[in-house]
Write a protein that binds this ligand. Structure first.
Ligand code: ADP
Ligand code: MN
Length: 202
C-alpha cells in the first residue's frame, strides 16, 4: 500500500473514531500552514515570524512532543527518541480543531510531514539550505549535535529527503532556500501575503 493510501486510511479511521470532529479544510476560515525541513533549516524561527506577522497560532511539534511526553525510549544507535505517533497526532488534531473553532490560523513546524493527514494543511513550505551546506553544518554544530548526526542531517538536506516527502504527501508545496535572513524575510513575506488572501474554496 502506498504512503498516501496508508495515511488517508489511518486519517479516516481516526476521524471516525473521534467523538468530536477534527479539523477540515471545508470549514476552516484561516489557513493552516506547515513549515517542514531538516533540523537546522530554520523552521521554528521562520514559523514564529510568520505567525506573528499574520496573527496565527503556533504549534512547534518537536517542542510539544518534548513537553507533553510523546517522546518515548531513547535509541542510542539512532541518537534519537522513539515517537508515540498516534497519541501525538490525536493531541495535534485536538489543538488544530480548537484553532479552527476559534476562527484562527495556525503555523505548524516539524522535521517530518508524511505522518500528518493531508486535510490538516492548506499550504506546506519545505525549507532547505542545500545551496549553502556549510551554513546548515554550522547551525547544527552550534546546537551541539554529534558529528554523525550533523552529517546525517546535512546529507538529508543535500538529497532533499524532506522536500521529496513533502511533495509526496501534500499538493500545495513550495520549496524555499533558507540560508540567510534575507531568504527568510522573503519567504515570510510571500507566505503572509498568501495567508491574508486565503479564502475558503480557492
Ligand atoms: P529548526 O527549527 O529548523 O531546527 P531553527 O529555527 O531552530 O531551526 O534555527 C536554527 C538556527 O539557525 C538558529 O540559531 C536560528 O537563529 C538560525 N537561523 C534560522 N533561520 C535563519 C536564517 N534564515 N538566516 C540565518 N540564521 C537562521
Ligand atoms: Mn525547531
Amino acid at each position: 500500500m502506498g504512503r498516501r493510501a496508508r495515511i488517508s486510511r489511518r486519517a479516516t479511521s481516526r476521524a471516525s473514531a473521534m467523538a468530536t470532529p477534527g479539523t477540515s479544510p471545508k470549514t476552516r476560515k484561516k489557513p493552516f500552514v506547515l513549515i517542514t525541513g531538516v533540523p537546522g533549516t530554520g523552521k521554528t524561527t521562520l514559523a514564529d515570524a510568520l505567525a506573528e506577522r499574520v496573527g496565527a497560532e503556533r504549534l512547534d511539534v518537536g517542542a510539544l512532543a518534548r513537553s507533553e511526553g510523546f517522546h518515548g525510549v531513547y535509541d542510542a544507535e539512532m541518537d534519537t527518541h522513539e515517537l508515540a505517533e498516534e497519541a501525538l497526532l490525536d493531541r495535534m488534531e485536538e489543538m488544530l480543531a480548537s484553532s479552527e473553532e476559534r476562527g484562527v490560523g495556525c503555523v505548524v513546524d516539524y522535521h517530518s510531514c508524511e505522518l500528518f493527514p493531508e486535510r490538516w494543511f492548506d499550504r506546506v513550505c519545505a525549507l532547505t539550505c542545500v545551496e549553502q551546506t556549510a551554513t546548515l553544518y554550522e547551525r547544527l554544530s552550534d546546537r551541539g549535535y554529534s558529528e554523525k548526526k550533523i552529517r546525517e542531517n546535512v546529507e538529508c538536506d543535500i538529497f532533499q529527503v524532506v522536500v521529496e516527502e513533502a511533495k509526496d504527501s501534500f499538493e500545495n508545496v513550495t520549496v524555499r532556500s533558507n540560508a540567510t535572513l534575507d531568504d527568510m524575510e522573503e519567504t515570510v513575506r510571500e507566505l503572509a501575503e498568501w495567508c491574508e488572501n486565503f479564502k475558503r474554496g480557492e
